[in-house]
Design a protein around this ligand. Structure first.
Ligand code: SAM
Length: 237
């Protein structure tokens, strides 16, 4: 049965397709890249991380190996079935209300660029709701030229190609992005909605939910450490 797809999202490929258009079987073959190093350098050792939109555990497993504890959340049960060694929670991030807080909340995979501003607010609110008073939110943003530098592709050393085929405006500041993941024996295609956000727009979206940038962690400003606004104010310069 086809799951309820998120608006503007589509996916083709073998096996289950998630509401945001990921082909679970092929997603499980994607290699982890530099994400664990960036995260480990940014947060306290051994922290308890709430990972929002964990997928098959591509990053989760590497974090567990580094001694972090992870609570992994995803709305796709088929994705979560592949996560090992972490507590898993199935459901939309927007509705997550665990009545507990975490040292680190992670919203990666560019989810903050979701097309619908109401959904974005709900995602950031979920981050704010679950981060400890002195905790951190790690966010992965899109790079600045991601919607203009198209088409582009990357051949992964593991033997697959990731191709961003197009990014076309669909109105109200939102683009429809078409991506292809080409494996020797199978292809997954995904169309998703993305709202480019300047640094200023991103920071304004954080402020709406009482969050503020602590530090841009990478030169391209893709990875960001965010804290509660009150924690940002009390920090010594
Ligand atoms: C592109 S995958 C990334 C998975 C993982 N973060 C990684 O880097 O390997 C996006 C995942 O987020 C999940 N997802 C997207 N939006 C979601 C939402 N609003 N609530 C819960 N899960 C969501 C999808 O089901 C999918 O598994």
């Amino acid at each position: 049965m086809k799951p309820n797809m998120r608006e503007g999202h589509e996916g083709t490929g073998p096996g289950a397709i998630t509401p945001d258009g990921c082909a679970v079987e092929l997603y499980a073959r994607l290699r982890v890249r530099d994400e664990p190093e960036i995260i480990a350098a940014a947060v306290p050792p051994g922290a308890h991380i709430l990972e929002l939109g964990c997928g098959t555990g591509r990053v989760t497993h590497a974090l567990l190996e580094r001694g972090f504890t992870v609570t992994a959340v995803d709305e796709s049960a088929q994705m979560l079935e592949r996560v090992r060694g972490a507590r898993t929670i199935c459901g939309p991030i927007e509705e997550l209300d665990l009545d507990e807080t975490f040292d680190v909340v992670m919203l990666a995979s560019f989810l903050v660029h979701t097309g619908d501003p109401e959904v974005r607010r709900a995602l950031l609110r979920a981050c704010a709701r679950h981060v400890a008073k002195d905790g951190q939110v790690l966010i992965q943003r899109e790079g600045e030229d991601w919607h203009t530098n198209v088409p582009r592709e990357r051949v992964d050393p593991a033997g697959y190609t990731v191709r961003i085929v197009s990014s076309e405006p669909v109105g109200q500041g939102v683009n429809a992005v078409h991506a292809e993941y080409v494996f020797p024996d199978a292809i997954w295609t995904q169309t998703f909605r993305s709202r480019p956000l300047t640094k200023e727009e991103f920071e304004a979206a954080l402020a709406e939910e009482g969050l503020a940038v602590d530090e841009y962690l990478t030169e391209d400003r893709v990875w960001v450490r965010v804290v509660r606004e009150e924690a940002a104010r009390t920090q010594t310069p």
